[in-house]
Design a protein around this ligand. Structure first.
Ligand code: UDP
Length: 234
């Protein structure tokens, strides 16, 4: 069982049954799933995406510069982080938001010391603003943060239960691959589950990444238990 993990949740997943925004019922359910892990003694860092509100790469253009678009994307992650923390705390899952963009009225600034201290107290640490710089996604930010906080694994929640040998939406005979090497994950253009920049960081520092479906009861606990769920990139 891993003792400290980083769970990456995309904005799209938080939207659940809605087109955008947050599905608060689903968020409460995710909180209970995370609680199973905390109760088992594992410290949890959550990196939230913002794609349910804004993505820099899609927003840039027509007068909006890339840096501004990415800033908007980071603000989107902030909205998710504070909502998620409220929902978790309201359902007896102790959570703290630490932000990598300056927003004193809204959340405490991320520092390494504060994050470690909160984790040791058993709080779920939800990080807002990615890594706080443009031209990055929250996948890459997740890898960077996991290294900084000495997480043993990055658990990336996706719609599908891992990496497939061909697109499962198109081919009924698509088979899930249980394990992929860092090298293949970085070089294989067909593997699109995570940014290449994020996978490059994982490879450079040999930090394993598990791609799995978090929206099935017990799956986050299974991923933390390293029981072979999803696809492990290592
Ligand atoms: N972003 C950024 N720097 C970071 C993290 C995120 O500029 O360190 C911006 C970027 O524009 C990104 C947006 O925030 O598109 C939202 O994050 P992401 O697209 O990763 O969200 P997800 O797809 O996981 O919901």
């Amino acid at each position: 069982m891993y003792r400290r993990v980083l769970l990456k949740l995309s904005g799209e997943q938080l939207a659940g049954k809605f087109e955008g925004g947050i599905d608060s019922e689903l968020a409460a359910w995710i909180g209970q799933e995370i609680k199973k892990v905390v109760v088992a003694g594992t410290q949890v860092v959550v990196m939230v995406g913002g794609g349910n509100y804004a993505r820099g790469a899609q927003l840039a253009g027509h007068g909006i510069g890339r840096v501004t678009a990415d800033n908007i994307g980071m603000l989107a992650t902030m909205m998710n982080a504070v909502a998620l923390a409220d929902i978790f705390n309201g359902h007896d899952v102790s959570a703290r938001v630490l932000t990598n963009i300056k927003a004193d009225q809204i959340a405490d600034q991320f520092t390494h010391r504060r994050a470690i201290s909160d984790l040791k107290k058993g709080h779920v640490v939800i990080v807002a603003g990615g890594i706080g710089r443009p031209y990055l996604t929250t996948d890459t930010a997740a890898l960077s943060l996991a290294l900084e906080l000495e997480c043993e694994v990055v658990l990336k929640a996706t719609k599908v239960n891992g990496v497939y040998d061909k697109d499962p939406a198109q081919f009924v005979d698509a088979k899930k691959v249980d394990a992929v090497s860092f090298q293949d994950a970085v070089s294989d253009e067909a593997i699109k589950v995570m940014d290449k920049a994020a996978l490059g960081l994982a490879m450079e520092y040999t930090l394993p990444v598990v791609i799995f479906d978090a929206m099935v009861a017990g799956n986050i606990l299974r991923a933390v238990s390293d029981d072979g769920i999803g696809t492990k990139i290592s």
